[in-house]
Ligand binder design. Sequence first.
Ligand code: FES
Length: 172
Amino acid sequence: MSHTRYRVMEAGEARRFPPEAMARIEKILTRYPTKQAALLPVLWVAQETWGWISKEAGEEVARVLDLPPSHVDGVLTFYTMYNLRPVGKHLLQVCTSISCHLNGAESLLERCGKRLGIGLEETTADGKFTLVEVECIAGCDRAPSMMVNDQYFEPMDAGKLDALLDRLSREA
Ligand code: FES
């Protein structure tokens, strides 16, 4: 799973993309007509590199792509898939849009919170889990749907959720 690549960084930590991330970015840039057009995938590399996108990480993306930091900020606040603050190693994203709502999403969300002892937008004290509610993640035909980092789990039910949380707790 991709979360194993994450190294969560501290707020305010000065940063430059490490060489392996720069190599990925160079490869991405070959697929786009301009550097600026590669903004979304390069932001994704930043998130995979640092676990979230701080102000400093956004500035690094702007530097690499020759963009004004304000432009990067605007894109970051538009898309919900980018984490703008530190998250746990496992980012649990439970969809509560209509199809998932009709198929028990709220009870899954509640079960997650109870099992982990956290509320929405909170992270467990050990830094392993963050719980968020998200809008449709395009898994409506297999609702209720949730994601852990960038991996889908669907259709979910209480038993599968318990098994998933048990497994992630053991791995973490
Ligand atoms: S409504 Fe939940 S994935 Fe679309």
